[in-house]
Design a protein around this ligand. Structure first.
Ligand SMILES: [Zn+2]
Length: 395
């Protein structure tokens, strides 16, 4: 406890008497036993986050190891993993819209952890006013809180409806996509991969798995999402994955990355978006581009955005287990193929066809099989996480 007290002293930037009357808006106030700590939100990743050490100011004890951070509040335990949006609270999986990340040796947790996850995880041991950005810890309640019973053996009831999974093989027909140094056409790899993923997913009878194209044909980018919407029944859980191979003017570039729909955040994301959207030049009638602002303002789409981001992270987590890398991470861009899909939607770039070595890897049936398995597993990961969360929310 003395160790904790010393840490608290180090971490408390302000004693109560010195608190400004009106803290700046992007600052959280963490209150423990009448003492307030200020924690500034970091936004370098495009979403609000805070250093995990701030949890010390709420009475947590932190332990690091095995790529995980464990925060203990009395008898309660919350575990995080860097690069994952998943949180395990007393054995229960919870999902955030953005991943935990590390920068300059500091682990950052999305701010929604404070507003949403912490109250769910700790119940009465914290109170949160998310609008005012204040968290009050109640150490007595933390200490008194018995560890909750192990999760009941009965898992969430199986969904009434089969869940729709739409797999889209990028490019096709007159649009070859990127072409590798040895002449490999992206459209062919994409189709092989998409077929493998579908074959694996169709072994699960709870899924209704569709391909946007099953042969070498061109489908307009916008029609791919329209098909997906048309296949989806009212209220049916659904996912949309577009499979691509990356290309770069520098043939040295390698690795894998997953995009979800948003405004392109970086020059590199804009490069990939321009490359993938170039397929529109092959389309006979070019439809006016839907303003992304309009789509993004749709509340329904915002929910999909959170889920798309979480799924993209699950995909990266799976691919890095089998891919030589590097893991280029989850990125955001406004791909035409994803605009208008009214379901969580991602575009995965499984490797650089422009790199001589990775082109050969993409052609390798064993690599294709491993990659397809990981992509298929990410679908199961996603439904398990979201359905677990919904079941908890319904309790
Ligand atoms: Zn492509």
């Amino acid at each position: 406890m003395r160790f904790l007290a010393v840490l608290l002293l180090v971490l408390l930037p302000c004693q109560p008497g010195f608190l400004p009357a009106q803290p700046p808006p992007q600052t959280w106030r963490l209150v423990l036993a009448g003492e307030t700590s200020l924690v500034a939100e970091a936004t370098s990743r495009g979403y609000a986050a805070f250093p995990v050490s701030a949890l010390l100011s709420l009475g947590a004890q932190l332990a690091y190891g095995g790529g995980e951070v464990t925060a203990r509040f009395g008898g309660r335990e919350i575990r995080f993993r860097v690069d994952s949006p998943g949180v395990v609270a007393d054995g229960r999986p919870l999902m955030m819209g953005n991943p935990v990340y590390a920068a300059d040796g500091v682990v950052f947790i999305p701010a929604e952890f404070l507003s949403t996850v912490l109250p769910q995880a700790l119940g009465g041991a914290v109170s949160v006013d998310a609008d005012a950005r204040v968290v009050w810890a109640h150490p007595a309640a933390q200490a008194a809180a018995p560890a909750p019973p192990a999760p009941a053996v009965s898992l969430p009831a199986p969904p009434q409806q089969r869940r729709l999974v739409v797999i889209d093989a990028g490019h096709g027909g007159v649009d070859p996509g990127a072409v590798g140094p040895a002449g490999t056409r992206e459209k062919d790899i994409n189709l092989q991969m998409a077929r493998r993923v579908v074959e694996i997913l169709r072994q699960d009878p709870t899924l209704d798995v569709r391909l946007t194209r099953n042969r070498d044909t061109l489908i307009a980018l916008r029609d791919r999402a329209r098909f997906a919407n048309a296949w989806r029944a009212e209220g049916q859980p659904a996912l949309f994955m577009s499979i691509h191979c990356n290309a770069h003017p520098s043939r040295a570039e390698t690795g894998f990355e997953t995009f979800f729909l948003s405004e392109a955040r970086t020059a590199d994301a804009r490069r990939v978006q321009q490359m993938e959207d170039a397929a529109e030049q092959y389309e006979e009638r070019s439809t006016a581009r839907t303003p992304l602002d309009f789509i993004m303002s749709d509340l329904r789409q915002n929910q999909y955005l959170r889920e798309s981001s979480a799924w993209a992270q699950l995909i990266q987590d799976r691919l890095r287990q089998i891919h030589p890398g590097p893991n280029r991470g989850v990125k955001q861009a406004g791909f035409a193929v994803l605009v208008g899909a009214f379901m969580p939607a991602v575009l995965v770039e499984i490797g650089f066809i422009s790199n001589r070595g990775e082109e050969q890897l993409l052609l390798d049936p064993a690599f294709q099989d491993r990659t397809a398995r990981q992509l298929a597993t990410s679908v199961h990961d996603f439904f398990r996480a979201t359905e677990g969360r919904n079941a908890q929310a319904g309790n």
